[in-house]
Design a binder for this molecule. Structure first.
Ligand code: PLP
Length: 274
C-alpha cells in the first residue's frame, strides 16, 4: 500500500557545498522519513573553506513558494534557516500567518536564527536581527540559537550554566513558546549540555562532546531533525530529545570533504531506520 509521509517545510538558503542550508535540511528530513518542502531564500556560494558570497531570492518568489506548497500539499511542521534580509523575514512572517503556520496554530514552527557561518561570514544583513526578534520569535513554537546567536540577540555571553539559564530567560521575553539554548559552542565544558525551557519546564539535555573538525551544517541538521519529529507529531521536549540523539551520531560520523570543514552526516540513519 502506498503511504504518504508527513511533510516538513524549510524556508532557508542553499549551500553549494551541500552540507548546510536546505541541503542539510532535506537530507535530514529524508533520513527521518519526512517529505521535505522548500522555500529557497538565498543562494550562497560556498565550499568547505567558507562562504564566498550570496544572492537573495526576490521576496515575492520566497512567499509564493511557501503558499504554493502549503495550499496544495499541506505542511506538518516548518522551520526557517538563513533568511538574509529584513524584507524576506517580514514577508515570511506575514505569509506564515496566511497559511496558518506558527505557535498559535496546529502547525509547529521552528526558528533557527542563522546569523553567520562558523567561518564568520555574515548570512544575515545586520538590520535584520531586529526583524528576527520581533517578527519571527513571537510566531515560533521553538527557537534554536547557538551561543554566538544568543550573544547577538540578547547581549548575554554564555560562559557557564548560570549564564545559559539567564540567556534562555532573556530569549523567552521575545515571545517564542520554547527556547533551546545549545551549549555546543561552550568549548571548555566536558559535556555538551543544551537547555530547553518554556518558562515553566526547564530541561537540561546532556550529551558527549565529540572531537571532530567536521561540524559544518550541525545547527541546521539539529533544527531540521527537531522539525522532522514535530512533523510526525512529537511534542517539543520529545522532538528535541530525539534530535539530540540524531545529531550526536551525525557529528560522530561527520566526514572530511574538501580542504576545510566537512559536513555532519545523517547517512547512518539509512542503515538504522527507526
Ligand atoms: N550556509 C547556509 C545556507 C546556512 O543556512 C548555514 C547555517 O545555517 C551555513 C551556511 C553555516 O553552516 P555552518 O556554520 O555549520 O558552517
Amino acid at each position: 500500500m502506498t503511504v504518504t509521509p508527513c511533510t516538513a517545510l524549510t524556508i532557508a538558503g542553499s549551500d553549494s557545498g551541500g552540507g548546510a542550508g536546505v541541503q542539510a535540511d532535506l537530507r535530514t528530513f529524508f533520513a527521518n522519513g519526512v517529505h521535505g518542502l522548500v522555500a529557497l531564500t538565498a543562494v550562497t556560494v560556498q565550499n568547505s573553506l567558507g562562504v564566498q558570497g550570496f544572492s537573495e531570492i526576490p521576496v515575492d518568489v520566497v512567499t509564493a513558494q511557501i503558499k504554493a506548497v502549503a495550499e496544495d500539499m499541506g505542511v506538518n511542521a516548518a522551520k526557517t534557516g538563513m533568511l538574509a534580509t529584513a524584507e524576506i523575514i517580514q514577508a515570511v512572517a506575514k505569509t506564515l500567518d496566511e497559511v496558518h503556520i506558527g505557535r498559535t496554530t496546529d502547525t509547529p514552527f521552528v526558528v533557527d536564527p542563522v546569523a553567520a557561518s562558523m567561518t564568520g561570514h555574515a548570512l544575515l544583513r545586520e538590520e535584520a536581527l531586529e526583524a528576527i526578534r520581533t517578527e519571527l520569535f513571537p510566531r515560533a513554537t521553538l527557537i534554536t540559537p547557538n551561543l554566538d546567536e544568543v550573544r547577538l540577540l540578547t547581549g548575554v555571553s554564555v560562559t557557564d550554566t548560570k549564564s545559559q539559564h539567564a540567556a534562555a530567560e532573556a530569549l523567552l521575553e521575545f515571545g517564542s513558546q520554547w527556547v533551546l539554548v545549545k551549549g555546543g559552542h561552550l568549548y571548555d565544558a566536558v559535556d555538551c549540555v543544551d537547555l530547553l525551557t518554556d518558562g515553566s519546564a526547564v530541561i537540561e539535555l546532556s550529551g558527549p562532546r565529540i572531537d571532530t573538525e567536521n561540524t559544518h551544517g550541525g545547527g541546521d541538521t539539529m533544527a531540521s531533525a527537531i522539525t522532522s519529529s514535530l512533523a510526525k507529531g512529537a511534542d517539543v521536549p520529545t522532538a528535541v530529545a530525539e534530535a539530540k540523539r540524531f545529531i550526536e551520531r551525525c557529528v560522530l560520523e561527520a566526514y572530511p570533504l574538501g580542504a576545510g570543514v566537512g559536513p555532519v552526516s545523517p547517512f547512518w540513519r539509512l542503515a538504522n531506520p527507526q
